[in-house]
Design a protein. Structure first.
Length: 268
């Protein structure tokens, strides 16, 4: 479902059979065949691309929008076509292409009235790239996977909110940030637990501290404190143990690793 206000659409004109030939599948597009569109006027090519978008023929729309961008980079429809190309890439599951096209649009048109939409789409593309079908079936925990794309999405949505707090996309971005923050924080704690089990206590403490400093509003912050307590115990740093343990007791007296106020390490 399209979430942006498109430029005025006058209705697609009937083109030659060669122009109307396009792949209707959701697979990746081939490189633009410039000769195929060599004699097509800018407005005509743009309207045919919009017609393909409206019909959810995303590979065809991508091909025509790419041709438009190549042939008329400074034309009347250039900016809108570049923005719609981001959307077409996104809908066609071309996540990296969508992110690259969004970044290019932001760089070229920082003052465009819909630049916030480009930031939003860039974040959505990273969001989708970081998700897995098995996660939807609840068969795996995404926080245990490589989270490069998830971090990109978190940063993209944060940048959108910081730059455009009144954007119509800000509320949705904020909800996604909350979800992503929990995943990223839990991922850090999975790594910290790995270090604790192997006696790498300094590394475990640093991971716990990272969660508290960077994701203080995360639900994982109490577990991060517990990680630090256990790490300091392994290092024999009793003063630090008591210092962090006092914070844990004050903020999470019912934490699972506190038994009658006494700390129960997982790996000692």
């Amino acid at each position: 479902m399209r979430v942006f206000s498109a430029a005025t659409y006058f209705g697609a004109l009937t083109l030659s059979l060669a122009l109307l030939t396009g792949c209707a599948s959701n697979g990746s597009t081939d490189s633009v065949d410039e000769g195929k569109y060599a004699d097509v006027a800018e407005r005509e090519l743009y309207e045919s691309a919009r017609a393909a978008l409206d019909s959810s023929l995303y590979p065809t729309a991508i091909e025509r929008l790419e041709a438009l961008d190549t042939r008329f980079p400074f034309g009347a429809h250039a900016e809108q076509a570049q923005l719609e190309l981001v959307y077409a890439y996104y809908e066609n599951d071309n996540w990296e292409e969508a992110r690259a096209a969004a970044s290019r649009f932001i760089r070229l048109h920082p003052d465009h009235p819909q630049v916030d939409y480009a930031y939003y789409l860039r974040g959505l593309a990273a969001w989708q790239a970081g998700r897995f079908s098995l996660e939807r079936l609840r068969l795996i925990d995404i926080s245990k996977r490589d989270l490069g794309a998830t971090r990109d999405a978190y940063n993209d949505f944060r940048e959108l909110i910081q730059r455009y707090p009144s954007s119509e996309y800000a509320a949705d971005a904020q909800q996604r940030i909350i979800y992503l923050r929990e995943i990223l924080a839990r991922h850090e704690l999975h790594v910290a637990d790995y270090y604790l089990r192997r006696g790498a206590y300094v590394a475990a403490v640093e991971r716990g501290r990272w969660v508290i400093e960077n994701y203080p509003e995360s639900n994982a912050s109490h577990d991060a404190l517990a990680t630090m307590v256990e790490g300091y115990m392994g290092l024999g740093m009793n003063d630090r143990v008591q210092e962090v343990l006092a914070v844990l007791r004050e903020n999470a007296p019912d934490h699972e690793q506190l038994n009658g106020g006494e700390f129960q390490p997982k790996h000692h």
